[in-house]
Design a protein around this ligand. Structure first.
Ligand SMILES: [Fe+2]
Length: 376
Protein backbone atom coordinates (compact mmCIF):
# COMPACT_ATOMS: atom_id res chain seq x y z
CA UNK A 1 0.00 0.00 0.00
CA UNK A 2 1.39 3.36 -0.99
CA UNK A 3 1.34 6.47 1.15
CA UNK A 4 1.87 10.04 -0.06
CA UNK A 5 -1.02 9.95 -2.53
CA UNK A 6 -4.48 11.48 -2.73
CA UNK A 7 -7.03 8.73 -2.09
CA UNK A 8 -10.73 8.93 -2.92
CA UNK A 9 -12.20 7.91 0.43
CA UNK A 10 -15.93 8.57 0.01
CA UNK A 11 -18.55 9.70 -2.47
CA UNK A 12 -19.34 13.40 -1.93
CA UNK A 13 -23.05 12.73 -1.71
CA UNK A 14 -22.51 10.47 1.33
CA UNK A 15 -20.77 13.10 3.45
CA UNK A 16 -23.00 15.14 5.72
CA UNK A 17 -22.65 17.14 8.90
CA UNK A 18 -22.63 14.05 11.05
CA UNK A 19 -19.27 12.32 11.51
CA UNK A 20 -18.57 9.34 9.31
CA UNK A 21 -15.92 6.68 9.65
CA UNK A 22 -13.95 5.71 6.57
CA UNK A 23 -11.05 3.31 6.19
CA UNK A 24 -8.09 3.42 3.84
CA UNK A 25 -4.57 1.95 4.00
CA UNK A 26 -5.65 -0.09 7.00
CA UNK A 27 -6.34 3.05 9.02
CA UNK A 28 -9.59 4.62 10.20
CA UNK A 29 -10.45 8.25 9.62
CA UNK A 30 -13.35 10.43 10.64
CA UNK A 31 -14.77 12.80 8.06
CA UNK A 32 -17.53 15.37 8.31
CA UNK A 33 -18.90 18.32 6.37
CA UNK A 34 -18.25 21.67 8.01
CA UNK A 35 -20.71 24.50 7.99
CA UNK A 36 -18.86 26.23 5.15
CA UNK A 37 -19.41 23.10 3.04
CA UNK A 38 -15.80 21.87 3.16
CA UNK A 39 -14.96 18.38 4.38
CA UNK A 40 -12.61 17.67 7.29
CA UNK A 41 -10.60 14.46 7.72
CA UNK A 42 -8.89 13.44 10.94
CA UNK A 43 -7.33 10.28 12.22
CA UNK A 44 -10.18 8.45 13.97
CA UNK A 45 -8.16 8.03 17.12
CA UNK A 46 -8.48 10.33 20.10
CA UNK A 47 -4.99 11.05 21.39
CA UNK A 48 -6.19 10.71 25.01
CA UNK A 49 -7.45 7.11 25.30
CA UNK A 50 -7.86 6.01 21.70
CA UNK A 51 -11.61 6.58 21.44
CA UNK A 52 -13.10 6.49 17.94
CA UNK A 53 -13.91 10.11 17.12
CA UNK A 54 -16.33 8.94 14.43
CA UNK A 55 -18.65 7.76 17.23
CA UNK A 56 -18.66 11.26 18.70
CA UNK A 57 -20.87 14.25 18.10
CA UNK A 58 -20.48 17.59 16.40
CA UNK A 59 -20.17 20.64 18.63
CA UNK A 60 -20.50 23.53 16.19
CA UNK A 61 -17.76 22.69 13.66
CA UNK A 62 -15.73 20.55 16.04
CA UNK A 63 -15.86 16.84 16.71
CA UNK A 64 -16.18 15.71 20.31
CA UNK A 65 -14.71 12.35 21.34
CA UNK A 66 -17.47 10.03 22.64
CA UNK A 67 -15.28 8.92 25.57
CA UNK A 68 -14.29 12.10 27.47
CA UNK A 69 -15.65 14.83 25.24
CA UNK A 70 -12.35 16.24 24.00
CA UNK A 71 -13.18 18.60 21.15
CA UNK A 72 -11.07 18.75 18.01
CA UNK A 73 -11.02 21.33 15.24
CA UNK A 74 -10.71 20.33 11.59
CA UNK A 75 -6.96 21.05 11.76
CA UNK A 76 -6.60 18.34 14.42
CA UNK A 77 -6.03 20.67 17.37
CA UNK A 78 -7.87 19.82 20.58
CA UNK A 79 -9.47 23.04 21.83
CA UNK A 80 -11.53 21.81 24.77
CA UNK A 81 -11.00 19.20 27.46
CA UNK A 82 -14.15 19.10 29.60
CA UNK A 83 -12.40 17.45 32.60
CA UNK A 84 -10.02 20.40 32.93
CA UNK A 85 -11.06 23.04 35.49
CA UNK A 86 -11.49 26.54 33.99
CA UNK A 87 -8.19 28.27 33.25
CA UNK A 88 -6.15 25.11 32.81
CA UNK A 89 -4.40 25.06 29.45
CA UNK A 90 -4.65 22.43 26.73
CA UNK A 91 -1.46 20.36 26.36
CA UNK A 92 0.37 21.07 23.12
CA UNK A 93 0.40 17.36 22.35
CA UNK A 94 -3.41 17.22 22.42
CA UNK A 95 -3.78 17.01 18.66
CA UNK A 96 -4.62 14.34 16.12
CA UNK A 97 -3.43 14.02 12.53
CA UNK A 98 -5.44 16.08 10.07
CA UNK A 99 -5.30 15.28 6.37
CA UNK A 100 -5.71 17.69 3.46
CA UNK A 101 -9.03 17.18 1.66
CA UNK A 102 -10.29 18.05 -1.80
CA UNK A 103 -13.68 17.35 -3.33
CA UNK A 104 -13.50 16.54 -7.00
CA UNK A 105 -15.47 14.48 -9.49
CA UNK A 106 -18.14 13.53 -6.98
CA UNK A 107 -15.59 12.15 -4.54
CA UNK A 108 -13.89 13.25 -1.35
CA UNK A 109 -10.11 12.86 -1.63
CA UNK A 110 -7.75 12.84 1.34
CA UNK A 111 -4.02 13.26 1.09
CA UNK A 112 -2.58 10.35 3.07
CA UNK A 113 0.99 11.32 3.56
CA UNK A 114 3.21 14.10 4.79
CA UNK A 115 4.66 15.64 1.65
CA UNK A 116 4.31 19.39 1.22
CA UNK A 117 1.71 20.50 -1.32
CA UNK A 118 4.05 21.08 -4.25
CA UNK A 119 5.50 17.56 -4.01
CA UNK A 120 2.19 15.67 -3.91
CA UNK A 121 1.25 13.55 -6.92
CA UNK A 122 -1.89 14.83 -8.65
CA UNK A 123 -5.47 13.61 -8.42
CA UNK A 124 -6.30 11.92 -11.75
CA UNK A 125 -8.11 14.28 -14.12
CA UNK A 126 -11.68 13.23 -15.04
CA UNK A 127 -12.71 15.30 -18.08
CA UNK A 128 -16.09 13.54 -18.36
CA UNK A 129 -17.28 14.91 -15.03
CA UNK A 130 -17.72 18.49 -16.28
CA UNK A 131 -18.92 17.39 -19.73
CA UNK A 132 -22.72 17.72 -19.91
CA UNK A 133 -22.95 15.01 -22.59
CA UNK A 134 -21.96 12.42 -19.96
CA UNK A 135 -24.04 11.10 -17.10
CA UNK A 136 -22.42 9.40 -14.09
CA UNK A 137 -23.61 6.50 -11.95
CA UNK A 138 -22.05 5.63 -8.62
CA UNK A 139 -21.67 2.16 -7.19
CA UNK A 140 -19.53 0.45 -4.59
CA UNK A 141 -18.74 -2.99 -3.20
CA UNK A 142 -16.29 -4.69 -0.85
CA UNK A 143 -14.00 -7.24 -2.42
CA UNK A 144 -12.32 -9.88 -0.26
CA UNK A 145 -9.09 -9.44 -2.14
CA UNK A 146 -6.00 -7.28 -2.28
CA UNK A 147 -6.48 -3.92 -4.01
CA UNK A 148 -3.61 -4.43 -6.44
CA UNK A 149 -5.05 -7.75 -7.57
CA UNK A 150 -8.33 -5.91 -8.14
CA UNK A 151 -6.57 -3.14 -10.03
CA UNK A 152 -4.63 -5.48 -12.29
CA UNK A 153 -7.82 -7.35 -13.06
CA UNK A 154 -9.48 -4.15 -14.23
CA UNK A 155 -6.66 -3.20 -16.61
CA UNK A 156 -6.25 -6.74 -17.95
CA UNK A 157 -7.87 -7.04 -21.38
CA UNK A 158 -6.88 -10.66 -21.96
CA UNK A 159 -9.29 -12.07 -19.36
CA UNK A 160 -12.36 -10.60 -21.06
CA UNK A 161 -13.07 -13.53 -23.46
CA UNK A 162 -12.86 -15.96 -20.52
CA UNK A 163 -14.26 -14.31 -17.43
CA UNK A 164 -16.83 -12.24 -19.32
CA UNK A 165 -17.70 -14.63 -22.14
CA UNK A 166 -21.39 -14.32 -21.39
CA UNK A 167 -21.51 -10.53 -21.47
CA UNK A 168 -18.77 -8.75 -23.37
CA UNK A 169 -16.05 -11.29 -24.06
CA UNK A 170 -15.76 -13.35 -27.19
CA UNK A 171 -14.16 -16.76 -26.54
CA UNK A 172 -13.74 -17.30 -30.30
CA UNK A 173 -11.44 -14.28 -30.53
CA UNK A 174 -9.18 -14.31 -27.50
CA UNK A 175 -6.06 -12.92 -29.21
CA UNK A 176 -4.75 -9.60 -27.96
CA UNK A 177 -2.84 -7.81 -30.73
CA UNK A 178 0.37 -6.20 -29.48
CA UNK A 179 -0.27 -2.76 -28.08
CA UNK A 180 1.81 0.18 -26.96
CA UNK A 181 1.84 1.44 -23.39
CA UNK A 182 2.07 5.21 -23.01
CA UNK A 183 3.40 6.05 -19.62
CA UNK A 184 4.00 9.15 -17.55
CA UNK A 185 5.13 9.57 -13.98
CA UNK A 186 1.79 8.70 -12.36
CA UNK A 187 -0.18 7.07 -15.15
CA UNK A 188 -0.08 4.56 -17.99
CA UNK A 189 -2.49 3.84 -20.79
CA UNK A 190 -2.93 1.49 -23.69
CA UNK A 191 -5.42 1.03 -26.54
CA UNK A 192 -6.40 -2.61 -26.93
CA UNK A 193 -8.50 -4.10 -29.71
CA UNK A 194 -11.32 -6.36 -28.51
CA UNK A 195 -14.14 -8.23 -30.24
CA UNK A 196 -17.20 -8.02 -28.02
CA UNK A 197 -20.45 -9.73 -28.97
CA UNK A 198 -23.53 -7.61 -29.73
CA UNK A 199 -25.15 -5.88 -26.76
CA UNK A 200 -28.25 -7.43 -25.31
CA UNK A 201 -31.27 -5.99 -23.56
CA UNK A 202 -31.85 -2.24 -23.49
CA UNK A 203 -28.57 -1.33 -25.15
CA UNK A 204 -29.36 -3.57 -28.10
CA UNK A 205 -31.77 -0.90 -29.28
CA UNK A 206 -28.73 1.22 -30.07
CA UNK A 207 -26.54 -1.46 -31.64
CA UNK A 208 -26.01 -2.05 -35.28
CA UNK A 209 -26.37 -5.66 -36.32
CA UNK A 210 -22.74 -6.22 -37.28
CA UNK A 211 -20.35 -5.70 -34.44
CA UNK A 212 -16.97 -4.22 -35.25
CA UNK A 213 -13.92 -4.76 -33.09
CA UNK A 214 -13.78 -2.01 -30.49
CA UNK A 215 -10.85 -0.10 -29.08
CA UNK A 216 -10.79 -0.25 -25.31
CA UNK A 217 -8.46 2.16 -23.54
CA UNK A 218 -7.13 0.73 -20.29
CA UNK A 219 -5.35 3.11 -17.94
CA UNK A 220 -4.07 3.14 -14.41
CA UNK A 221 -3.41 6.16 -12.27
CA UNK A 222 -1.29 5.75 -9.18
CA UNK A 223 -1.95 4.72 -6.55
CA UNK A 224 -5.22 2.81 -7.08
CA UNK A 225 -7.42 4.11 -9.91
CA UNK A 226 -8.22 2.27 -13.12
CA UNK A 227 -9.96 3.95 -16.04
CA UNK A 228 -11.65 1.84 -18.69
CA UNK A 229 -12.88 3.55 -21.80
CA UNK A 230 -15.11 1.24 -23.81
CA UNK A 231 -16.10 2.57 -27.22
CA UNK A 232 -19.38 0.90 -28.05
CA UNK A 233 -20.92 1.26 -31.49
CA UNK A 234 -23.43 3.71 -30.04
CA UNK A 235 -21.41 5.67 -27.51
CA UNK A 236 -18.80 5.71 -24.79
CA UNK A 237 -18.82 3.96 -21.46
CA UNK A 238 -16.05 5.22 -19.21
CA UNK A 239 -15.50 3.66 -15.83
CA UNK A 240 -13.26 4.84 -13.03
CA UNK A 241 -12.52 2.15 -10.43
CA UNK A 242 -11.16 3.41 -7.15
CA UNK A 243 -9.61 0.41 -5.41
CA UNK A 244 -9.42 1.51 -1.79
CA UNK A 245 -7.30 -0.75 0.44
CA UNK A 246 -9.28 -1.35 3.63
CA UNK A 247 -6.48 -3.72 4.60
CA UNK A 248 -4.00 -5.77 2.62
CA UNK A 249 -6.67 -8.30 1.69
CA UNK A 250 -9.93 -6.32 1.63
CA UNK A 251 -10.75 -3.68 -0.94
CA UNK A 252 -13.56 -1.16 -1.12
CA UNK A 253 -14.21 -0.55 -4.79
CA UNK A 254 -15.88 2.78 -5.52
CA UNK A 255 -16.88 2.96 -9.12
CA UNK A 256 -18.02 5.95 -11.15
CA UNK A 257 -19.37 5.04 -14.59
CA UNK A 258 -19.95 7.74 -17.24
CA UNK A 259 -22.00 7.17 -20.38
CA UNK A 260 -22.95 9.53 -23.21
CA UNK A 261 -25.93 7.49 -24.47
CA UNK A 262 -29.26 6.91 -22.73
CA UNK A 263 -28.34 9.84 -20.50
CA UNK A 264 -31.71 10.04 -18.79
CA UNK A 265 -32.01 9.15 -15.13
CA UNK A 266 -34.35 6.34 -16.15
CA UNK A 267 -31.42 4.38 -17.64
CA UNK A 268 -29.18 4.61 -14.53
CA UNK A 269 -30.41 1.39 -13.00
CA UNK A 270 -29.78 -0.49 -16.18
CA UNK A 271 -26.26 0.92 -16.45
CA UNK A 272 -25.48 -0.07 -12.85
CA UNK A 273 -26.95 -3.53 -13.43
CA UNK A 274 -24.54 -4.09 -16.32
CA UNK A 275 -21.56 -2.87 -14.32
CA UNK A 276 -22.52 -5.15 -11.42
CA UNK A 277 -22.90 -8.18 -13.71
CA UNK A 278 -19.40 -7.67 -15.08
CA UNK A 279 -17.98 -6.97 -11.65
CA UNK A 280 -19.48 -10.11 -10.10
CA UNK A 281 -17.80 -12.22 -12.79
CA UNK A 282 -14.48 -10.65 -11.85
CA UNK A 283 -15.09 -11.09 -8.13
CA UNK A 284 -15.03 -14.89 -8.31
CA UNK A 285 -11.66 -14.88 -9.99
CA UNK A 286 -9.98 -12.10 -8.03
CA UNK A 287 -11.09 -13.38 -4.63
CA UNK A 288 -9.58 -16.78 -5.42
CA UNK A 289 -6.16 -15.60 -6.65
CA UNK A 290 -3.07 -16.92 -4.89
CA UNK A 291 -0.98 -15.52 -3.44
CA UNK A 292 -3.47 -12.96 -2.22
CA UNK A 293 -0.93 -10.16 -2.41
CA UNK A 294 0.69 -9.02 -5.63
CA UNK A 295 4.25 -10.41 -5.70
CA UNK A 296 7.09 -7.92 -5.39
CA UNK A 297 9.38 -9.97 -7.59
CA UNK A 298 8.47 -9.61 -11.27
CA UNK A 299 9.82 -13.10 -11.90
CA UNK A 300 7.40 -14.65 -9.40
CA UNK A 301 4.69 -14.82 -12.06
CA UNK A 302 4.82 -15.37 -15.82
CA UNK A 303 4.10 -12.44 -18.08
CA UNK A 304 3.10 -12.12 -21.71
CA UNK A 305 3.17 -9.13 -24.01
CA UNK A 306 -0.52 -8.74 -23.43
CA UNK A 307 0.28 -8.04 -19.75
CA UNK A 308 2.36 -4.96 -20.60
CA UNK A 309 0.10 -2.46 -18.78
CA UNK A 310 0.31 -4.52 -15.59
CA UNK A 311 4.07 -4.88 -15.88
CA UNK A 312 4.36 -1.10 -16.22
CA UNK A 313 2.43 -0.81 -12.96
CA UNK A 314 4.59 -3.35 -11.14
CA UNK A 315 7.78 -1.61 -12.25
CA UNK A 316 6.58 1.83 -11.23
CA UNK A 317 5.37 0.49 -7.90
CA UNK A 318 8.84 -0.97 -7.27
CA UNK A 319 10.39 2.46 -7.83
CA UNK A 320 8.07 3.97 -5.23
CA UNK A 321 8.81 1.13 -2.81
CA UNK A 322 12.52 1.91 -3.25
CA UNK A 323 11.66 5.53 -2.50
CA UNK A 324 10.15 4.51 0.84
CA UNK A 325 6.46 5.07 0.02
CA UNK A 326 5.31 1.55 0.87
CA UNK A 327 3.19 0.77 3.93
CA UNK A 328 2.28 -2.79 4.50
CA UNK A 329 4.56 -5.01 6.51
CA UNK A 330 2.46 -4.11 9.51
CA UNK A 331 1.11 -7.31 11.11
CA UNK A 332 -2.16 -5.54 11.86
CA UNK A 333 -3.23 -6.02 8.30
CA UNK A 334 -1.14 -9.04 7.36
CA UNK A 335 -2.89 -11.62 9.53
CA UNK A 336 -6.29 -13.16 8.93
CA UNK A 337 -7.72 -11.58 12.05
CA UNK A 338 -6.90 -7.90 12.19
CA UNK A 339 -5.79 -6.77 15.63
CA UNK A 340 -7.08 -3.46 16.81
CA UNK A 341 -3.83 -1.58 16.95
CA UNK A 342 -3.48 2.13 16.63
CA UNK A 343 -1.49 3.25 13.64
CA UNK A 344 -1.47 6.73 12.21
CA UNK A 345 -0.14 7.91 8.88
CA UNK A 346 2.00 11.00 9.41
CA UNK A 347 0.15 14.08 8.14
CA UNK A 348 1.75 17.17 6.58
CA UNK A 349 1.64 19.14 9.86
CA UNK A 350 4.20 16.81 11.39
CA UNK A 351 6.74 17.77 8.80
CA UNK A 352 6.09 21.46 9.48
CA UNK A 353 6.44 21.15 13.22
CA UNK A 354 9.22 18.81 14.37
CA UNK A 355 8.40 19.42 18.01
CA UNK A 356 4.94 17.99 17.52
CA UNK A 357 6.32 15.29 15.33
CA UNK A 358 8.42 13.98 18.18
CA UNK A 359 5.54 14.20 20.60
CA UNK A 360 3.22 12.28 18.35
CA UNK A 361 5.58 9.43 17.70
CA UNK A 362 5.17 8.37 21.34
CA UNK A 363 1.44 8.26 20.88
CA UNK A 364 1.25 6.33 17.68
CA UNK A 365 2.62 3.12 16.34
CA UNK A 366 3.36 1.87 12.92
CA UNK A 367 4.48 5.02 11.20
CA UNK A 368 7.81 6.42 12.28
CA UNK A 369 8.75 9.92 11.42
CA UNK A 370 12.19 11.46 11.24
CA UNK A 371 12.12 15.21 11.85
CA UNK A 372 13.97 17.19 9.17
CA UNK A 373 17.63 17.54 10.08
CA UNK A 374 17.57 21.30 9.62
CA UNK A 375 14.97 21.55 12.35
CA UNK A 376 17.02 19.65 14.93
FE1 LIG B 1 -13.13 -8.33 -15.75
Amino acid sequence: MLKNFWYAIEFSHEVERRPRKVTCLGQDFVIWRRRDGSVACLSDLCVHRGGALSMGEMVEDRIACPYHGWEYEADGACVRIPANPPGRGIPKKARVDAYPVQEKYGLVWAYLGDLPEEQRPPIPHVPEHADPSFRPVYWQTVLEANYERAMENAIDAAHTPFVHRTIMGNPDKPEIPDYEVHQSEWHAQADVLLHPPASKGLWRMLSRKRVEPVVVTNSWYLPNVVKLHIRLAFGDLIMYDHNIPLSQNRTLVKLVGYRNFFTGKWADRNAIKRIVRIFEQDRRVVESQRPELLPFDLAAELHLRSDATQIAYRRRRQELIDQGWWLGDDDKVMGDVPRREATVIASPARRDNPELARAWVHKTRGETYEPARSAE
